[in-house]
Write a protein that binds this ligand. Structure first.
Ligand code: ATP
Ligand code: ZN
Length: 285
């Protein structure tokens, strides 16, 4: 039987969110501990639990069809696999940091310097793009202590809050790129697996759309309906139901979370009252 094989991180920052995404897509995984692979019970899919750094090679070699990993690891791997979808979690940035006592430094300061990183390929590309001539020192961990022990003049590493940098006497100089979790796969996936992938992608996008929107219910004077319909057009158009009170209607629609408060203010100005909003489970256009 045809099954999609998807590799996710075994234990780390991506694990819970990767499993939660599959669950949100209606894919039930047995709670198997210390297993390398578990089949889903209600979708033709097997999950492989791996170290995140191993995922690109497993996908490139065809042992897994798909993988969920940080874009930072994907870019560094330089394997022949492609990004299929942004997954929006594990957001962080790959940054260059320098000792905090260095004032007025810009990118050019890096010329002739040694930079320690676990991302030599991504960093070299960045230096090439920006015509910086610096020496890249590849190390496998504890990058942030490299300047203190005299191993390097600067570092390039994952930053989220900047707290680790600060406690090591460093400050951010520039962002190399912004990363998040992504879905990857080979471009030559077999046609019968492609159909399953499309099914999975359809579910992922429905989950994401639901996260972007809220359900909205409100009362409005009939004279304001046209204006309100342009503010919250919904998926096709809003539903309008007359209220018992003459001259008033109830409207149902969806509202984009990005513009939520802006649109709410405008709805109130139009005379909308009794506004209720609710989270949406899945959103299918
Ligand atoms: P493994 O044992 O699988 O090799 P790891 O130690 O290399 O794990 P984690 O620390 O679990 O990796 O991080 C996994 C991914 O999570 C990183 O590659 C990155 O994409 C993302 N990530 C790392 N640090 C942060 C952070 N501070 N905030 C958000 N996401 C992060
Ligand atoms: Zn790793």
């Amino acid at each position: 039987m045809n099954r999609l094989r998807i590799a996710i991180q075994k234990s780390g920052r991506l694990t819970e969110a990767s499993k939660a995404l599959l669950e949100e897509c209606g894919i039930t995984l047995p709670t198997a501990k210390r297993k390398l692979m578990t089949p889903a019970s209600n979708f033709p899919l097997e999950v492989y639990y791996l170290r995140d750094d191993d995922i690109p090679a497993y996908v490139a070699d065809g042992i897994a069809d798909l993988g969920i990993l940080g874009e930072n690891v994907f870019r560094e791997s330089q394997q022949k696999i492609s990004k299929i979808e942004d997954l929006r979690f594990a957001k962080c940035r790959l940054s260059i940091a320098i000792p905090k006592n260095i004032e007025d430094a810009d990118l050019q300061w890096l010329n002739g310097k040694r930079v320690a990183t676990t991302y030599p390929n991504v960093l070299q590309d960045y230096f090439d793009e920006n015509q910086i001539n610096a020496e890249i020192h590849k190390i496998s961990g504890s990058v942030e202590i490299a300047p203190n022990i005299g191993l390097a003049d600067a570092i390039c590493d994952i930053v989220s809050s900047g707290g680790t940098l600060l406690s090591n006497g460093l400050k951010e100089l520039c962002t190399v790129f912004k990363s998040q979790a992504i879905l990857v796969g080979r471009s030559d996936i077999a046609p019968e697996k492609k159909a399953l992938l499309n099914q999975l992608l359809f579910r992922i996008r429905s989950v994401q759309k639901a996260q972007d929107n809220q359900y909205i219910l409100l009362n409005a004077p009939n004279t304001a309906i046209d204006q309100i319909c342009t503010l919250i057009p919904g998926m096709k158009s809003p539903t309008i139901v007359p209220l018992v009170q003459e001259g008033w209607s109830s409207l149902q629609s969806v509202i984009d979370k990005e513009q939520f408060w802006e649109v709410i203010d405008q709805l109130k100005q139009c005379g909308a009252q009794g506004i209720l909003t609710m989270p949406i489970g899945k959103m299918i256009l």
